[in-house]
Design a protein around this ligand. Structure first.
Ligand SMILES: Cc1ncc(C[n+]2csc(CCOP(=O)(O)OP(=O)(O)O)c2C)c(N)n1
Ligand SMILES: [Mg+2]
Length: 330
């Protein structure tokens, strides 16, 4: 396989970190410690980790509603990502955003957004900015299969291709949009990303649960973008183990389908087997798993112990602060 062992061991750690993170978020959401809707990405860790290991902090990332893992790997203090989901004052956005509005522009996390398709339009803006300024950073927008039916995506692809901007559409195809199977909501010859061909945008379809495939496909797309060759789409075929939101019993999915993905296509197990084949010891892999759990437990402790935002913070960042001279009535 010829893996860069050091890099893939870090990816193994990060995938475990996301899995444990999501499990804890699920647990505390159900305990009532987290406000609002929570969309978990358990089962999709390779899609998030493989992509994030290609992007740098100067690249623009536009995560979607199911992207805690992307926010976690963007380079922000990880405890603050957890605290944001708990809506605490110590969170990345001081607890004002919660699970679906985690932003940190310092590391290029432009904020996850739950309005499906919207980020394909805003991401076009940062991609154009990079080209206009002559910078070599790229923009990656995360979207699901359901989002492929949204008009913004098609407007975005049309402009991205004609302007030849460095934009990568990361299509995380988990087969469902809420309870609707992709086959029932879209007509497609073979793959959802076939749509990109209509705009002369190259697309690649890979096993989204094989991190090596994800990483290599994303690398090719980013290289194209950095070389001025324009937009690409990378379609990652995967599956979410949980329902649409934390607490959704997902009775619309056959039990054996879920079981099959868990048993035969676990992305973490897949990488573990590859690393074992490369000679990495069980002991070392177990230690990475233990360390990831410990880091997540520390994050939860931090979030639980953190204070709630103050009442007066409710209107902070909504209105422009008056200039000092205005305050003094001058
Ligand atoms: C414009 C818009 N329409 C509808 C919704 C409601 N909604 C939230 S998630 C979702 C399904 C998204 O499915 P997909 O794009 O496949 O992402 P997944 O949830 O599978 O990760 C929908 C329809 C929304 N958030 N935004
Ligand atoms: Mg989906």
């Amino acid at each position: 396989m010829g893996l860069d062992i050091k890099k893939f061991k870090q990816m193994y750690y990060d995938m475990n970190l996301i899995r444990r993170f999501e499990e804890k978020v699920d647990e505390h959401s159900k305990k009532g410690n987290i406000p609002g809707f929570i969309h978990l990405s358990i089962g999709q860790e390779a899609a998030q980790t493989g992509v994030m290991h290609v992007l740098t902090e100067s690249d623009y990332k536009f995560p979607d509603h199911r992207s805690h893992g992307v926010c976690l790997l963007a380079g922000s203090p990880k405890k603050k990502v957890m605290a944001e989901i708990f809506a605490k004052k110590t969170g990345l956005c001081e607890g004002k955003g919660g699970s679906m509005h985690i932003a940190d522009v310092e590391v290029g996390n432009m904020g996850n957004n739950a309005i499906e398709g919207s980020i394909t339009a805003t991401g076009l803006g940062t991609a154009y900015a990079s080209k206009y300024r002559g910078e070599d950073n790229v923009t990656a927008v995360f979207m699901g299969d359901g989002t492929c039916g949204r008009g913004e995506l098609h407007e975005s692809m049309n402009m991205a291709a004609s302007l030849k901007v460095p934009l990568i559409y990361v299509l995380v195809n988990n087969g469902y949009a809420i309870s609707t199977k992709a086959e029932e909501a879209h007509s497609f010859p073979e793959n959802l990303s076939d749509r990109a061909a209509g705009y002369d945008i190259p697309a690649e379809v890979v096993d989204g649960n094989d991190i090596e495939e994800v990483y290599n496909a994303m690398n090719r797309a980013v290289e194209r973008a950095r070389n001025g060759q324009g937009p690409s789409m990378v379609e990652l075929l995967t599956y979410r183990w949980q329902g649409h939101f934390s607490g959704d019993p997902a009775s619309y999915r056959p039990k054996d389908e879920v079981q099959k993905w868990k048993e035969e296509k676990c992305p973490i197990k897949n990488l573990r087997e590859k690393l074992e084949d490369e000679g990495v010891s069980f002991k070392e892999l177990d230690k990475l798993e233990e360390d990831a759990l410990k880091e997540v437990e520390d994050m939860v402790e931090f979030a639980l112990e953190s204070p709630e935002p103050e009442l007066e913070d409710a209107v902070k960042y909504i209105y422009a602060e008056p200039y000092e001279s205005m305050k003094e009535g001058k």
